[in-house]
Ligand binder design. Structure first.
Ligand code: GLU
Length: 280
C-alpha cells in the first residue's frame, strides 16, 4: 500500500511558489511556459472539487526586472517600489492565464499586522472563506509595499504556513529550488541522504536545517522547517518539492513519493497568534 495514498483525499491545499519556480534562472523574467502548466494544474485541482490557495512570490523580482535593476536593491523604499510594480504585473499574468480556463482569482496582500490584530485577522479569515466558497483561487503575497521590519513576515515560506493554519488547510506544498530535505548540504557533502518523510520535527532536525541554510536559496532550509512547524502543529501536512518540475504539484496530490513530507500532528491547543507573537 502506497503510504501517500491519503494525499488524494486532501481538500484544502495551499501551494507556495518561490520566485525561482516562476522565473527563468538565466534572465529573471517570468517562465511563461511553466506558468501556463502551473495554471492548468491548479485549475484542474479546483475542477476536482478541491479548494486551492496560492502564495506567490515574485513581486520584487518582476518589478526589478521591469525597471532594469540588476542586483537586489539595498534600499527598502526601492524594494517596496519594485514590489508595487511587480505585484501588479504578476497578477496581470496570473489573471490572463487563469482566464483561459474561466478560473477566477483574487489578490490577497497581508502583513504580520493582519495576523496580530484580532479584527484584521478575522477579516482575512472571512475573506478566504468567502472566496473559497465562491470557487475563486486566492493569490496571496506579503504586502511588501507597506511592510517594514516590525510588521513583515520576511519570507513566503512562513507566510504560506500561516495562511495554511489560518484557513485550516490540510496540505501545504512548498515549491522551491530544492528537492526537499537532506541530512546535510548535498552540494558539499556527497553522502548527504534525502529524507522522504519527517514523522516529527525534532531538535536535531532543526539544527540540521540551520547547518544547511547557507547554500539553499532564499528562504533557506531553516525557514522551511520553521514553516513546517506551524503547518504540522495546525494540522496540515507539508511537502517541500522541487519547482523545476511544476507537475510535482499534481504528483504530490496524487500520492506520489516526491519531495519531503512533514506529517501533520495537530496540537489541540495550538494558538497561531500566540505563536507569531512569541516568534517575532
Ligand atoms: N514577497 C516577496 C516578493 O513577492 C517574496 C518573499 C519570498 O520569496 O520569500 O517578491
Amino acid at each position: 500500500m502506497n503510504e501517500r495514498e491519503y494525499m488524494k483525499e486532501k481538500k484544502r491545499i495551499v501551494v507556495k511558489l518561490g520566485t525561482s519556480t516562476l522565473t527563468h534562472e538565466e534572465t529573471g523574467t517570468l517562465d511563461l511556459l511553466k506558468m501556463e502548466q502551473l495554471i492548468r494544474i491548479l485549475t484542474d485541482l479546483n475542477n476536482q472539487g478541491k479548494e486551492v490557495v496560492v502564495v506567490s512570490s515574485g513581486a520584487i523580482g518582476v518589478g526589478r526586472k521591469a525597471m532594469g535593476i540588476k542586483e537586489r536593491p539595498k534600499e527598502l523604499s526601492v524594494r517596496q517600489a519594485c514590489a508595487a510594480i511587480g505585484q501588479a504585473k504578476l497578477m496581470m499574468v496570473y489573471q490572463k492565464l487563469f482566464a483561459e480556463y474561466s478560473q477566477l482569482t483574487a489578490q490577497v496582500l497581508m502583513t504580520k499586522y493582519t495576523m496580530l490584530d484580532d479584527i484584521s485577522r478575522r477579516n482575512a479569515e472571512n475573506t478566504f472563506r468567502e472566496l473559497l466558497q465562491m470557487g475563486v483561487i486566492p493569490i496571496v503575497n506579503e504586502n511588501d509595499t507597506v511592510s517594514t521590519d516590525e510588521i513583515e513576515f520576511g519570507d513566503n515560506d512562513t507566510l504560506s504556513a500561516i495562511v495554511a493554519a489560518l484557513i485550516g488547510a490540510d496540505l501545504l506544498i512548498l515549491m522551491s529550488d530544492i528537492d526537499g530535505l537532506y541530512t546535510d548540504d548535498p552540494h558539499t557533502n556527497k553522502d548527504a541522504k534525502f529524507i522522504h518523510v519527517v514523522e516529527k520535527i525534532t531538535e536535531s532536525l532543526e539544527h540540521m536545517g540551520k547547518d544547511t541554510n547557507g547554500s539553499l536559496g532564499t528562504g533557506g532550509m531553516a525557514t522551511k522547517i520553521s514553516a513546517a512547524k506551524i503547518a504540522v502543529n495546525s494540522g496540515a501536512d507539508m511537502v517541500i518539492s522541487n519547482g523545476k518540475d511544476i507537475y510535482n504539484i499534481a504528483k504530490v496530490v496524487n500520492g506520489e513519493s516526491v519531495g519531503t513530507l512533514f506529517k501533520a500532528h495537530k496540537l489541540e491547543d495550538f494558538d497561531l497568534t500566540d505563536y507569531i507573537k512569541t516568534n517575532r
